[in-house]
Design a binder for this molecule. Structure first.
Ligand code: 26Q
Length: 808
């Protein structure tokens, strides 16, 4: 049921402006109008939330708790209006009240509470869980500063703080009455009472966790769910009178801790940093969450003995791994259960999703840190570890396997093994990735408990990533599929395949892409002052900057094209624009060098008249959700070129596909499944397969051989040494590729091995582009077959195979 007509919405907005800001509509600023719009929608969702919660409790429904240190929500105004089916009414009301609707949407800051894929996945899944009527809550930290804002100054990345809460907080409902206390440090005192051993934590530093709830609406349902973001506060204000009682320092410590814990999101993606503040963040949010879930469960059921029947806790990578010992602590210390009973309930409640096989991303916390910061949790981990080790020894009788599967080993706590031991399910995020987990990374654990290991290939919110951001394509789909059924049944996109031979449809598809390219070009000109040629191929690589994602391979190919153009200015007839967008972790020096290289090359090409209307490179500053929303509809080529075996799934690849871009990619992550539905003929595959990568590394990979054998490659690499017209030399990158540096082997990610195949794939792509009809047919087929990459499908699989909860 639609909650508003244009008229009633206008009335509600007017009332909000007056009540909250003391303004009549004609006096209100865009900022005030944005907030008023948010508050009006929030009210509707909050009311529905009351109903949803009542129903969940009344019907004793099983709940899903999705724990993630990251929720990369992006903007919410258009999304919530869309899901509430009032987007047209909102636009009309805003315009009628004298505002530009587009400006109001544009003013909203991104809620950038995440780094990249893992965080955005959590946001897409929250949408689908809600749309599928699953009682679910997301939990994270209410970071004061989200992912940093990126500026490019003289070709280099500069990080600025992302102070998003000014306007972004319009969506947040603080719930001080549901605050929880989290304990750090202190000492343990054990005593016997009533025949039970009791453990109390004395002199702990307490931090108050206050929920700031963000209500989320589903599409085509009145069901709403909550994203609970924990804010850290000190339990009491620093009180000078405490000084005399010797508690002054404790109070000051608590205040300092409270101020820092929720301060900032760690900006490392796919990389573990053993910082104590990060561990504090993890425990803070885990402990508050588990206490909150247990408290509500007790209120409804009066016991925790049926906890696993009514709750499932899904953990997004190992970052929330401390749920395992925290649940044990609550079951044993607070509910008085014995170890076996507590363990039974815990291991039937928790499920773990792995998102990476990169060794440097696997979390291993120093035991000393865990012991001093979380003394009781440490005791529990030691006991979990001891019992698990005993089980492994009895099963395998193999010291090698005991070592590999250990939870506490040589002074470290291995979080992945803790999650495997303490949960009922472990899943990877694409077929290939899950196979690598089973056969390689977690081989021994899988040998002992094979039933735990599953796959759920990732998916994206197709309502946001197609329908909402690409209205032209959305209306074509409605016309061809006979309505909006695809919004809730994404496999209905398949009907588009019937039009592969329909020239009029293909022409319309081309026209939509053209329009989207022009809009993006206009936006780039207005906001960045860059001129994009809409006649050029829009060839895009946007994702975090990481060596394994091989942005540098893309660069090497562009250098080759550039050199070819210099040899023969007629070598390129089809204009080609390469767009990059990527943030580098602030401490990741090589990644920052690659950003600088892209900018040096862009500048070089920009200043060479030979390249005019032929070749262009643009680095798009501050890539983020809202920029992706503009870019995806305008993209024609999607670069998914990671070293096979390294990208767990990728989700950008799915967003491009759904918007009709064609993929140049390796058989990595979900590209494998894309290839499964598209075949060789509808994408441009190249490069070594995952098993060939392993094989080549085992045999001993010598990139210098390729360098001496391949003239084109050698010339590209040599160009790095001297650099370009800005005088910055990239000999360091050259050295890394040929000889290795700083402990990493020469060309760790096999760029040189795949270079030739990559260039050939680019040539196949460019040749296909000149066959306009063929290109559009391939584009249509990509859209038609993208339905399996909808998050609705992925969430339904979690619900059926892991959570065992019913859904729409
Ligand atoms: C860990 C410890 C300390 C500090 C930071 C971290 C940390 C933070 C973020 C470790 C990893 C991440 C993020 C990982 C990530 O985004 N992985 C991506 O997950 C996507 C969703 O499943 C996949 O599609 C991508 O392939 C995968 O790279």
């Amino acid at each position: 049921m639609t909650p508003f007509t244009t008229k009633t919405l206008e009335e509600a907005l007017t009332a909000k402006l007056m009540l909250n800001f003391g303004r009549a509509p004609e006096e209100a600023t865009d900022q005030e109008m944005m907030k008023a719009s948010a508050l009006v929608l929030r009210d509707v969702m909050a009311m529905r939330g009351v109903e949803t919660n009542k129903r969940t409790r009344r019907e004793h429904r099983k709940q899903v708790h999705y724990l993630s240190l990251e929720f990369l929500m992006g903007r919410s105004l258009m999304k919530n209006a869309y899901n509430l089916e009032v987007l047209p009414q909102l636009k009309e009301a805003l315009e009628h009240m004298g505002f530009k609707a587009a400006d109001i949407f544009e003013i909203e800051p991104d809620a950038g509470l995440g780094n990249g894929g893992l965080g955005r996945l959590a946001a897409c899944y929250l949408d689908s869980m809600t749309t599928l009527d699953i009682p679910a809550t997301g939990y994270s930290i209410c970071y004061e500063l989200g992912i940093f804002k990126q500026k490019i100054v003289e070709g280099q990345q500069v990080e600025l703080p992302d102070d998003w809460k000014g306007l972004g907080s319009a969506w947040l409902l603080p719930r001080t009455e549901e605050a929880e206390e989290v304990y750090f440090g202190g000492t343990l005192r054990e005593f016997w009472n009533d025949g039970h051993l009791h453990i109390v934590n004395e002199n702990a530093t307490k931090v108050l966790a206050v929920p700031c709830d963000m209500v989320v609406a589903g599409y085509g349902t009145d069901h709403v769910n909550t994203l609970r973001l924990w804010d850290a506060r000190s339990t009491k204000p620093v009180d000078m009178s405490l000084f005399s009682r010797g508690e002054y320092l404790k109070a000051a410590e608590e205040e300092a801790m409270a101020e820092t814990i929720a301060k900032v999101l760690y900006p490392e993606d796919n990389h573990y940093e053993g910082k104590s503040l990060r561990l504090k963040q993890q425990y803070f949010f885990v402990s508050a969450t588990v206490q909150s879930i247990a408290r509500k469960h007790l209120e409804t059921y009066g016991t925790l003995k049926n906890f696993h029947e009514k709750n499932v806790i899904q953990i997004n990578d190992t970052h929330p791994a401390l749920v395992v010992p925290e649940l044990m602590r609550i079951f044993i210390d607070e509910a008085g259960m014995n170890w076996d009973e507590a363990w039974e309930i815990t291991t039937r409640s928790v499920a773990y999703t792995n998102h990476t096989v990169l060794a440097e991303a696997l979390e291993r916390w120093p035991q000393n840190l865990v012991e001093s910061l979380l003394p009781r949790i440490w005791q529990i981990i030691v006991e979990i570890s001891r019992r698990w080790q005993e089980k492994v020894e009895n099963f395998y009788h193999d010291p090698g396997k005991t070592r590999a599967m250990a939870i506490v080993w040589s002074g470290e706590v291995r979080m992945a093994n803790l999650c495997i031991a303490g949960g009922m399910a472990v899943n990877g995020v694409s077929g290939l990735h899950s196979d690598i987990l089973k056969k390689d990374v977690f081989r021994d654990a899988c040998g002992m408990e094979p039933w735990k290991f599953q796959n759920v290939t990732n998916g994206i919110d197709h309502r946001r990533w197609l329908s909402e951001i690409n209205p032209g394509l959305d209306s074509l789909i409605r016309d061809l599929t006979g309505g909006d059924d695809y919004l809730t049944h994404p496999l209905a996109l398949k009907k588009l395949d019937d039009y592969a031979g329909d020239k009029a449809v293909l022409a319309r598809l081309a026209e939509i892409k053209r329009q989207n390219k022009e809009s993006f070009a206009a936006y780039a000109k207005k906001t960045r002052g860059v001129l994009l040629n809409p006649d050029a191929i829009f060839d895009v690589q946007v994702k975090r900057l990481h060596e394994y994602k091989r942005q540098l391979l893309n660069v090497l190919h562009i250098i080759a094209l550039y050199q070819r153009l210099q040899d023969d200015p007629n070598a390129v007839t089809q204009p080609h624009t390469f767009l990059f967008g990527a943030k580098a972790a602030p401490g990741y020096a090589v990644a920052k060098r690659i950003i600088r290289l892209i900018n040096s090359l862009a500048d070089e090409i920009d200043h060479n008249p030979i390249c005019k209307d032929k070749l262009q490179v643009v680095f798009l500053e501050n890539y983020r959700v809202s920029l992706a929303e503009r870019l995806m509809p305008a993209s024609e080529v999607s670069q998914q070129i990671s070293t096979a075996g390294k990208e767990a799934s990728g989700t950008g690849n799915m967003k491009f596909m759904m918007n009709g871009a064609l993929t140049i990619g390796t058989l990595d992550g979900a590209n494998v499944e894309m290839h499964g539905v598209l075949g060789d003929e509808n994408m441009f595959l190249f490069g070594l397969h995952a098993d060939e990568v392993t094989q080549l590394k085992r045999e001993g990979y010598v990139p210098q051989r390729l360098y001496s054998r391949d003239d084109t490659l050698r010339r590209c690499l040599d160009a790095l040494r001297g650099g370009f017209r800005d005088g910055v030399a990239y000999d360091d990158l050259y050295q890394r590729l040929l000889f290795g540096a700083g402990g990493s082997p020469a060309d760790e990610y096999l760029l040189l091995a795949d270079f030739q195949a990559y260039c050939q794939a680019e040539e196949r792509m460019a040749a296909t582009y000149t066959d306009v009809e063929q290109w559009n047919r391939m584009s249509l087929r990509n859209i038609a077959r993208s339905g399996i990459f909808a998050a609705d499908r992925a969430v339904a699989e979690y619900a059926d195979n892991i959570w065992h909860v019913p859904h729409k």
